[in-house]
Design a protein around this ligand. Structure first.
Ligand code: NDP
Length: 491
């Protein structure tokens, strides 16, 4: 043993740089054993008589029992929303509606820690994301749309806007409270009432939101929450609503569109994506690597606009992949409630199986897989950050939405080839461009068929900025002034 080693051994300073566990306390969240349906401002037992357990995907422990709303339950919720629409909410002056929305926004801020911990518990996402992204953005959405509530006639001059009626809203499990905010805030600002169905696996923040509604004294029936699986969603689509707003898979979106054709019900669809994150050789590479990591490993890759196809200019490809692999080695996978965790749990067993199947397909088709060494917890649903190289455009991992922490890396030589490859997908939700040339950014943005294009950054959201897709990524916009239109009719 050398002197240096002996001295190190005797030193009280730890030899490595491992993080100590830093879990967020979970006792701020007080869960009920079982939840009913929130209809007309009251908790109701489900007439269906059915319930199921919602779990923590990081431990597979049950958290609470929630109701599986059936046809009759959905009809009651829609009737409560209709009643609230006809008898008050739609006729309130915009400044009064704004008052409620501002209250909701402030309460979300006041209770943000509680809601963030619950979001991480029920959904598996790292606490630093639910605390620093989901909650601030959810509150910001309510603040933003509160501001529009009494200015609709200025937003659409000479068009006399009026609300559509009762909106049925169906949301996914990747950003449960944020998707609720994206749907509920503009609907209420425009004078509509809503029936919202959260995803089967992540109902708890929507149920806690009912408490927020009560605290804000929102009139009964303005927001109704019905929990359940896809069957409840299908009942809501078929119910007597005036509009459906759906975020989820392209497959279910298409089925809803078929079902609504000819009914006169309005529809907006925010569906899947397979975004290209395009790195040119003049990009600042370390920043680009951060953008790649944020683009695909944020929220375990459960992001419709995830930068899941990496397109790197050939001359810098080896270098980018080398730096990316090194950076991946520093990502911490584990307890979602630990403040140092970068990747939390996969949302459900079903989603984990889907990711595993597509990764197997990638290997079989001939792509090369890389996963940094990392120890995954034994219980719960986990998947290590993954990058595939030697990927061909035709491989399933380059075509299909994996919705997990799996990146497919491809190369290009010229800007034209980058555009061609980036657009070679049935989707068109988002894209990223990394270059130091402003003119090239604009040139690319004109040609990329995507609803959102980020330049030298990725996964940035702002309530004032519209979000939505082309092609199989859906239609309609959420956020910004554009996000008001789906909830308005014009005389
Ligand atoms: P779904 O499209 O099935 O789920 C989205 C929402 O729709 C959920 O609330 C779901 O309920 C509900 N739903 C399911 N079936 C119906 C139906 N027939 N009628 C009305 N509503 C319905 O997505 P999954 O959760 O099954 O995820 C599957 C894949 O979809 C993912 O792997 C991912 O690729 C993609 N996806 C994309 C999202 C996006 O933001 N673009 C979000 C979520 C998923 P329930 O949760 O009970 O099934």
């Amino acid at each position: 043993m050398t002197d240096v080693e002996r001295r190190r051994g005797a030193s009280p300073v730890p030899a490595g740089w491992d993080y100590a566990p830093a879990p967020e306390a979970r006792d701020i969240v007080r869960l009920k054993e079982r939840y009913g349906l929130f209809v007309g401002g009251e908790w109701r037992e489900p007439r269906s008589g059915e319930r199921y357990a919602t779990i923590d995907p990081a431990s597979e422990e049950p958290l609470a029992e929630v109701a599986q709303a059936g046809r009759e339950d959905v009809a009651l919720a829609v009737a409560a929303a209709r009643d609230a629409f006809d008898n008050g909410w739609s006729r309130l002056p915009g400044s009064e509606r704004a008052k409620y929305l501002f209250r909701i926004a402030r309460i979300l801020q006041e209770r943000s820690r509680e809601l963030a911990v619950l979001e991480s518990l029920n959904g598996g996402k790292p606490i630093k994301e639910s605390r620093d992204v989901d909650l601030p953005l959810a509150a910001a959405h309510f603040f933003y749309y509160a501001g529009w509530a009494d200015k609709l006639e200025y937003a659409f001059p000479n068009r006399r806007p009026r609300p559509v009626g009762v909106a049925g809203q169906i949301i996914p499990w990747n950003f449960p409270l944020l998707m609720l905010a994206w749907k509920v805030a503009p609907a209420l600002a425009c004078g509509n009432t809503v029936v919202l169905k959260p995803a089967e696996t992540t109902p708890l923040t929507a149920l806690l939101f009912c408490d927020v509604l009560r605290q804000a004294e929102v009139p009964p029936g303005v927001v109704n929450i019905v929990t359940g699986d896809g069957r409840t969603g299908a009942e809501l689509v078929a119910a007597d609503v005036d509009k459906i707003a759906f975020t989820g898979s392209t497959e279910v979106g298409k089925a809803i569109q078929r079902q609504l054709a000819g009914t006169g019900k309005r529809l907006t669809l925010e569906l899947g994506g397979k975004a290209a994150n395009v790195i040119f050789d003049d990009a600042p590479l370390d920043q680009a690597v951060e953008g790649i990591v944020n683009g695909i490993y944020f929220n375990q890759g459960h992001v419709c606009c995830a930068g899941s196809r990496l397109l790197v200019q050939e001359s810098v490809y080896e270098e980018v992949i080398r730096r990316l692999k090194r950076r991946m080695g520093t990502l911490r996978v584990g307890d979602p409630l630990d403040k140092n965790t970068d990747l939390g749990a996969i949302n459900s067993r079903a989603q984990l199986e889907k990711i595993e199947a597509l990764v197997e397909a990638g290997k079989e088709e001939g792509a090369e897989i890389y996963q940094p060494p990392c120890r995954l917890p034994e219980k719960g649903y986990w998947f290590a950050p993954t990058v595939f190289t030697s990927v061909a455009q035709s491989y399933r991992i380059a075509q299909e939405e994996i919705f997990g922490p799996v990146l497919s890396a491809l190369t290009f030589r010229t800007p034209d080839e980058a555009v061609e490859k980036a657009n070679n997908t049935p989707y068109g939700l988002s894209a990223g461009v990394w270059t130091e040339k402003g003119s090239r950014i604009l040139w690319m943005a004109e040609r990329l068929r995507a609803g959102v294009i980020w330049a030298n950054t990725y996964n940035r959201f702002d309530p004032a900025s519209p979000f939505g897709g082309y092609k199989e990524s859906g239609f309609g916009r959420e956020g910004g002034l554009h996000g008001l239109e789906p909830y308005l009719e014009f005389e």
